[in-house]
Design a protein around this ligand. Sequence first.
Ligand SMILES: [Zn+2]
Length: 114
Amino acid sequence: MVKTIRQETTLNLRKHRAALLAQLDPPANLLRASYVRHYLTCGKRNCRCRRGFKHGPFYYLVQCLGTGRVRKFLLKTAGQRKKAREGIAAHQNHQRWLAELSEINTELLRRAEL
Ligand SMILES: [Zn+2]
C-alpha cells in the first residue's frame, strides 16, 4: 500500500481486506525456509579446489527449527531446486498478505470498526 493505511477510507480498507482474504488460502507448496548456494572444498590434497576453484555451486534448503536448531539438505535435482524456490516465494507472499491483513485489522480496530 502506497497511501498510508491511516489515510485510507474504512470502505477501502474493508475492500482491501476482502481481496486479501480471497487470496489468503495457504498455498499447498509453501516452505518456510531459505535457499542457499554453497561452493565447497573437498578432502583431496591436490584438488583444484585447494587453489581457489571450489566445487559447486551446490544448492541447499535451510530451515530454522528454533534457537540453534537448523535443518539443511542438498537440493540435488533442478526440479527440487525449482520447487524449493517456488515454495519459499509462496510462503513469503503468504506472510506478506498476513502482515497486510493484520495492519488493516489494527487500523479498523483503532477506528473501532472491526
Ligand atoms: Zn576438491
